[in-house]
Design a protein around this ligand. Structure first.
Ligand code: 86X
Length: 573
């Protein structure tokens, strides 16, 4: 994989040099070529965890990394247990190690596709349960549409298909025979669902329609894939609703956005900023896009958590989802539509935000196992009574609704088990030894901060539930403090660039124009060999604006438009 990227980098590098030497080439063409080169270098970094260094620069400049690595005890990497790479040293290698060693992901022989093992799928099930029960309270019903799209249906959405066409995967053959009419695999289901919506809407009494499906989608991207964060097939929910009037539809956009914020805050313990996408970043098929944006400290990038779109009447006009307008005889009224989606990318954000040098750190509300109970010192004392106590406390926790398990394996020692369950990110470890038994207590060790405390066997279910909630809040607050330490406000483009290079996200006054956003992106692109960096884009225009007064000038120095709002900028996924 990285060999292929190297080849592309070299070709693109030659193209950049050619354009730079060509007096006839425009600034735009040069910038575009440089952006492309940077994207490739970034893909290289993601794949290898290292900056791309041109062959002729390699001997000249000895890299720092090996020096650092030499200080690290290499033995750790050799042992099967534990993460051999520190998150701060190389987050991309750290990530790969964590997701495989914690048994979240199994690699697969189709590029960009991964096995979701029970340990990660359980997180998805917790998200499903939480979100599903809440959309049902809003009157949304689940359904299932086919995964295949006919060419005819796909082409109904003429306006954006051109942008997305390169990513659409097609089934062109059955067995050995070419199909007369190849079918596409859904990249999203607007074109799959809306022909049915047209049939179902005859009168205003057929509205609203509020449907959701939990399914897979396929987008055959060529950027370097990353488990959860960028995969060719992923799981998501997609909600598609249609209303008779705009106000009802618009209200729902924000109700769903609040639920998305809830998934991040209440389940994944990740703070998010709710906002609108800029003109440049919104879904072009809709009227406006809202989003929840999270922050990943280890690489300073923003990450879009989920989106809720108001589609206006764009799709209803394309797909003729309409009824005879009761107020204007003979005229058709078109439905007002929304669509909204949250995917398994959220699990990637969770791993990136909370994971540490010991491995995964699971927020308690999505952990498949919340408490792991481990007997200690059973080689030297009465094993049976110890094992009985472990079993009893585990059963009591399970009966009380806590996801608890014990680890009674005798072929592993306690130290091995501690490492194992820490790597897997279980929020609480209960150690039960002869001493604890005598005092009718257990020793609890908290995964995210390593703290130890004694917990009495009396009322243990209630104590654990309180503890799990405390852990959730502490994890959230830690992530919030980390985010806020990297959230800057500036009106000055030079300061903006400095903050960006210090892994910050930045609030700045912005005029909202796509051309200006493009200029800010270009101005903040770095191509100085040392760590090529993509430019910043707007993550969103926060719904809740900073308290301070909005300056009248837009961030970009030569922009003559008035600032419309503070926008949140950052490098992003
Ligand atoms: C945009 C819009 C929307 C429902 C969501 O964001 C949430 C759930 N859909 C999705 N989008 C595309 O329309 C699209 C279309 C094709 Cl053909 C494609 F290959 C990729 C796409 N990616 C995003």
């Amino acid at each position: 994989m990285s060999d292929a990227i190297v080849k592309q980098i070299e070709e693109q590098g030659a193209e950049v040099r050619r354009l730079k030497g060509d007096k006839a080439s425009t600034e735009d063409a040069k910038t575009e070529a440089i952006q492309k080169l940077l994207a490739l270098k970034l893909a290289y970094k993601e794949a290898t965890g290292q900056d791309y260094v041109a062959p002729n620069a390699r001997q000249a400049k000895p890299k720092q990394a090996p020096k650092q690595q030499a200080q690290k005890p290499e033995v750790r990497k050799q042992t099967l247990l534990g993460v051999g790479t520190r998150k701060d040293d190389n987050y991309s290698e750290w990530y790969s190690e964590v997701i495989t060693k914690a048994e979240m992901i199994e690699y697969y022989d189709v590029s960009g596709c991964y096995v979701l093992r029970p340990w990660s799928f359980a997180v998805w099930e917790s998200i499903q349960e939480w979100f599903d029960s809440r959309i049902k309270k809003l009157g949304v019903k689940n359904c299932y549409f086919p995964m295949f799209v006919s060419n005819a249906a796909l082409e109904r959405e003429k306006t954006h298909i051109a942008d997305f066409a390169p990513e659409v995967a097609w089934v062109t053959r059955a067995g050995n025979s070419e199909m007369a009419e190849p079918v596409a695999i859904r990249p999203t289901s607007e074109t799959v669902m809306y022909p049915s919506y047209k049939k179902w809407v005859q009168s205003h009494r057929d509205l609203p329609i509020k449907l959701n499906q939990w399914c897979n989608v396929v987008r055959w991207e060529f950027k370097h894939p990353t488990p959860f964060l960028r995969t060719r097939e992923f799981l998501w929910q997609e909600g598609h609703t249609a209303y008779a009037n705009a106000a009802d539809a618009e209200k729902e956009v924000f109700q769903i956005l609040d639920l998305y914020a809830g998934v991040y805050n209440e389940l994944l313990a990740i703070p998010v900023v709710k906002g609108r996408k800029s003109e440049k970043e919104k879904f072009a098929g809709g009227d406006f896009t809202t989003t929840v944006e999270a922050y990943v400290a280890c690489n300073g990038r923003g990450i879009q958590g989920a989106t809720s779109h108001h589609l206006g009447q764009n799709f209803s006009k394309m797909f003729e989802i309409s009824y005879e307008d009761p107020s204007r005889e003979g005229e058709r009224a078109y439905a007002w539509q929304n669509s909204w989606g949250l995917s398994t990318r959220s699990i990637g954000a969770m791993i990136m935000v909370h994971g540490d040098d010991k491995g995964l750190v699971l927020p308690p509300r999505v952990a498949a196992v919340q408490v792991i109970v481990v007997p200690v010192g059973f080689k030297t004392s009465n094993k049976d009574s110890l094992f009985d106590a472990v079993d009893k406390v585990t059963k009591e926790l399970v009966a009380g609704g806590v996801k608890a398990e014990h680890d009674l394996r005798e072929n592993y020692n306690a130290g091995w088990k501690f490492n194992h369950w820490e790597l897997k990110g279980v929020p609480i470890r209960f150690e039960v030894g002869p001493n604890d038994l005598a005092k009718k207590q257990v020793t609890a060790v908290i995964r995210h901060n390593g703290e130890k405390q004694q917990v009495s066997m009396d009322g243990i279910v209630a104590s654990v539930k309180t503890l799990l909630d405390e852990i959730h809040t502490q994890m959230y607050n830690k992530a919030l403090a980390q985010r806020d330490a990297h959230l800057k406000t500036t009106t000055d483009i030079e300061e903006f660039k400095k903050h960006l290079d210090e892994k910050c996200i930045i609030l700045s006054p912005f005029c909202g124009l796509p051309e200006c956003e493009e200029k800010i992106k270009n101005a903040s692109t770095r191509e100085d060999g040392e760590g090529a960096q993509m430019g910043a884009k707007t993550l969103c225009i926060p719904l809740e604006q900073p308290k301070q007064a909005l300056p009248s000038k837009c961030l970009f120095p030569s922009c003559t438009e008035k600032a419309k709002a503070f926008a949140l900028f950052g490098r992003s996924y």
